[in-house]
Design a protein around this ligand. Structure first.
Ligand SMILES: Cc1cc2nc3c(=O)[nH]c(=O)nc-3n(C[C@H](O)[C@H](O)[C@H](O)COP(=O)(O)OP(=O)(O)OC[C@H]3O[C@@H](n4cnc5c(N)ncnc54)[C@H](O)[C@@H]3O)c2cc1C
Length: 450
């Protein structure tokens, strides 16, 4: 127990809230834990709103239930009973003006069998894939090519654009051209390091064995349930201010907010998005600041709609869009009422806009986004219907891009921090909520160990 220790956590998204909770568990009831965040509510990208009378998550809405972090955290917090599974409905891929089934047995869209892509790619691509194990593969253990480079070379460009890109656009708002293999498909990279003689063999080695149960989980009552419980159990004090800098003092650290107020602490967890980190640590950890500054980010806008109950939507969990289709604006649609089950007398859905490298999320007005959503629903499902309720939410610079070599840069970033400072966030060890929970746990342990 570290009686009376003072901690500051900068940023109150899931990363900061988990760090605060872990600090409380380790440091005990006498520790003071202050979370600085200027937003109008805690939770960051975990944000629950009401739409058509129903609760809906308008940022993250799910977590990978097969990773241990979130189920374990829910268990610790007594929330396991609130974990829900998907209905089993699967997404479709929209490519070349048509809807296709999502290929089975892939690792993040990288296929293990050519036949699962029949109809989605042309016959020449299928033949190229079938021939792949016979073509010599040059692989340097530890290499981290862009996913598009490896998959394009081995399986062909159509596999990249029509199978891999739609999944990576959903997760990172990025593309196979900007995401490294070790981030997108670490098990495939490991199989190649381990001596797989072809990409086909590597993907087959990397495919997880079929397991019963849903890949994704969510919370009954949405992510607000988790946010509220973390706030309650961590006993944090919320200072609704933005941190402007962190300074060393004889006793430890001062976090200085943007009005000049000092928040003294023995140790600090910095749980802000990568673009916000350099300003905080430029003086005390210039190399780490520079590395954070170099992590590219993408922005996304979410249009959440409540349509009248009974609107004829397909019995699918959503649609992932391949490439940039002139007929469509959206990059992904989640049919929330199909994915998680119906709530109330409305059909809830979310359409996402904006990809890495464009300014769609920043520059498109709400009216235009809502008009696009109407057009996209007509194009995809042939429906024209006035929503009962609608919300537009923007997540600016929210999605870090895990380019080739990312893990090495993150290791260097962490190594450049002085003792008593630790980082947490979606730009470190994975963009999803489970990886954020893991990185926040590591950050709290690092500052408490000191
Ligand atoms: C649209 C969208 C959908 C997603 N869907 C999923 C999903 O379904 N499943 C999944 O696992 N992941 C999903 N993700 C990813 C996941 O939600 C995020 O990576 C994760 O929530 C990030 O949490 P965080 O706490 O690191 O950052 P954030 O949630 O961004 O929190 C950072 C906080 O820092 C605060 N802040 C910023 N600057 C300062 C400052 N100077 N001083 C103090 N505070 C500051 C901000 O106000 C914010 O509250 C999604 C992401 C987006 C954008």
């Amino acid at each position: 127990m570290t009686a009376g220790a003072r901690y500051c956590v900068v940023g109150g998204g899931i990363s900061g809230l988990v760090a605060a909770y872990r600090l409380r568990v380790s440091a005990g009831p006498d520790a003071s834990i202050t979370v600085l965040d200027p937003a109008d509510r805690l939770g960051g990208i975990l944000r629950t709103d009401r739409l058509g009378g129903q609760l809906i998550d308008v940022g993250a809405e799910a977590f990978v239930a097969r990773r241990p972090e979130v189920p374990a955290l829910l268990g610790e917090l007594g929330l396991s009973g609130r974990q829900i599974a998907t209905t089993g409905a699967r997404p479709l891929i929209y490519s070349e003006g048509r809807l296709h089934a999502l290929p089975a047995d892939t690792v993040n869209g990288i296929p293990s069998r050519s036949e699962t892509l029949a109809g989605l790619v042309d016959d020449a691509t299928i033949r190229w894939m079938l021939d792949e194990p016979r073509r010599p593969l040059r692989w340097r253990p530890g290499a981290d090519p862009a996913v598009a480079e490896l998959v394009g070379d081995r399986f062909g460009e159509q596999v990249v654009v029509r199978s891999v890109d739609p999944l990576l656009a959903g997760v990172y708002a990025g593309s196979a051209a900007t995401i490294g293999l070790r981030a997108a498909a670490p098990t495939v990279a490991a199989a190649l390091d381990g001596g797989a003689r072809s990409l086909t063999e590597a993907v087959r080695t990397a495919l997880p064995p079929p397991r019963p149960g849903s890949v994704f989980g969510a919370l009954d009552g949405c992510y607000q349930v988790l946010v509220d419980e973390l706030v309650r159990r961590s006993g944090l004090s919320w200072a609704q201010v933005a941190a402007a800098g962190v300074q060393r003092t004889p006793a430890g650290w001062d976090v200085v907010d943007d009005e000049g107020t000092r928040w003294p602490a023995d140790a600090v967890v910095l749980a802000v998005p990568a673009p916000r980190l350099p300003a905080l640590i430029a003086d005390i950890a210039p190399r780490s600041a520079a590395l954070a500054r170099d992590i590219p980010v993408a922005s996304a806008a979410v249009v959440a709609l409540a349509l009248p109950g009974g609107t004829p939507l397909p019995e699918q969990s959503g649609v992932l869009v391949a490439g940039r289709s002139p007929a469509l604006h959206t990059k992904a649609v989640t049919l929330s009422s199909r994915k998680w089950g119906r709530r109330g007398n409305v059909e809830l859905l979310r359409l996402s806009y904006g990809r890495f490298g464009d300014d769609v999320a920043r520059a498109t007005g709400d009216e235009d986004l809502l008009a696009w959503a109407g057009e996209d629903l007509a194009t995809l499902f042939g429906i024209t219907v006035d929503p009962v309720d609608a919300l537009v939410v923007r997540w600016i610079d929210a999605m870090p891009q895990y380019g080739p070599g990312h893990a090495d840069r993150v290791a260097e970033l962490r190594a450049g921090l002085p003792a008593g400072l630790a980082v947490a966030g979606a730009y470190l060890d994975g963009i999803g909520v489970p990886a954020c929970v893991a990185a926040a746990t590591r950050a709290a342990a690092a500052v408490v160990a000191r």
